[in-house]
Design a protein around this ligand. Structure first.
Ligand code: DP6
Length: 333
């Protein structure tokens, strides 16, 4: 009766073309394909120990700047459900102890659940010695319900392909982190918990009259983003990021009921970026399901952009990231 254990690190990721809208919530199958970059500085480290002495799963979370706390309610249920999927593959029923730690503020509008569910899935699979390809691992991670987590499995710049089937909705790397010296400077204008979760809004997208328009646009954007990444074309990537974020938020603002994630700070950053571009400093916005703004720029401009963002009264703090590796094992056995 041995304990089987592994520790994995999972990165957050920022989408250039967003996943917005779920076709099949049970399998977390999106309507559209998406593209992202893993972040090198926003990480979750998770240890999973399958222990025959346990009668139930135990999950503790250590969020940045807070004491370790047992997970309860929905967060616990989501972790236990993902452990169940891994146990089914390994054909065992042993319960597990899970300890997860974030090195970045989980309320900063950075996809903390993508970091968390990629680390959890990889650690659980490694602990039980389940033999999966990277593609199968991303499919399994996608099924956690945090779909964007599947993009945190492969390295660097990542394409979540989707043909509407379970096996055909997976993420793969299109370029390693060192391919392009890009930065994502996150400008936090409101560190509070988001008003409506992505999960709730993924189910509402089809109620927006603009959703069919968005789906049409996204087809072209995916192709253009692949080209922009290949050619390291920041102007092209920036234009896509901004158009795609606006389109996602238009869908959110016109869904029934609508959600408005942006606040005055969001607009202050958008206007700041547009002013700075006129002066020859090139940063482009993208915005997830919250008011905080991710500024995509060349690494050589990141310090100047970070300094200007911090000088805006609406910006509370910033976090600068480069492109990062995918989820990886740091300890096993
Ligand atoms: C706006 O359901 O994957 O970030 O709410 O963090 O679990 P969580 O995220 P998920 O939705 C992500 C929505 C998004 C866009 C994106 O990352 O593609």
């Amino acid at each position: 009766m041995t304990i089987r254990r592994a520790t994995a690190i999972g990165p957050a990721n920022i989408a250039f073309v967003k996943y917005w809208g779920v076709q099949d919530a049970a399998l977390t199958l999106p309507y559209n394909e998406s593209l992202s970059m893993n972040l090198d500085r926003c990480l979750t480290t998770t240890t999973v120990e399958f222990d025959p002495a346990l009668n139930a799963d135990e999950v503790t979370l250590k969020l940045h700047g807070q004491d370790e706390q047992p997970a309860t309610g929905r967060p616990f249920d989501r972790v236990a459900a993902q452990l169940d999927r891994v146990r089914a593959l390994a054909n065992i029923e042993t319960q597990a102890r899970v300890r997860s730690e974030n090195n970045f503020p989980s309320d900063a509008g950075i996809a903390s659940s993508a970091a968390a569910f990629s680390a959890l899935t990889l650690a659980a699979v490694a602990a039980l010695g389940v033999d999966l390809s990277e593609r199968e691992l991303s499919v399994l991670t996608r099924r956690s319900g945090s779909g964007s987590a599947c993009r945190s499995i492969p390295t660097g710049f990542v394409y979540w392909r989707n043909d509407g089937t379970d096996a055909g909705s997976y993420a793969e790397s299109v370029a390693p982190p060192e391919h392009w010296a890009l930065a994502d400077v996150v400008a936090v204008v409101d560190p509070g918990v988001k008003s409506v979760t992505s999960a709730d809004n993924h189910r509402l997208t089809a109620t927006s009259p603009y959703f069919p328009v968005r789906l049409q646009e996204v087809l072209g954007r995916v192709e253009q983003t692949l080209t922009a990444i290949r050619d390291r074309d920041l102007g092209q990537l920036g234009a896509i990021c901004e158009a795609d974020a606006v389109s996602m938020h238009v869908v959110s603002m016109t869904a029934i009921p609508p959600t408005f994630y942006w606040n005055a700070g969001t607009m202050a950053v958008i206007h700041g970026l547009r002013r700075w571009r006129n002066e020859g400093l090139f940063g482009y916005f993208t915005i997830d399901a919250g008011p905080n703004v991710h500024v995509i720029c060349a690494q050589q401009d990141a310090a100047e952009i970070e300094q200007r963002l911090r000088a805006l009264p609406e910006v509370q703090f910033t976090i600068a990231n480069g492109p990062g590796a995918g989820a990886r094992i740091v300890e096993q056995g």
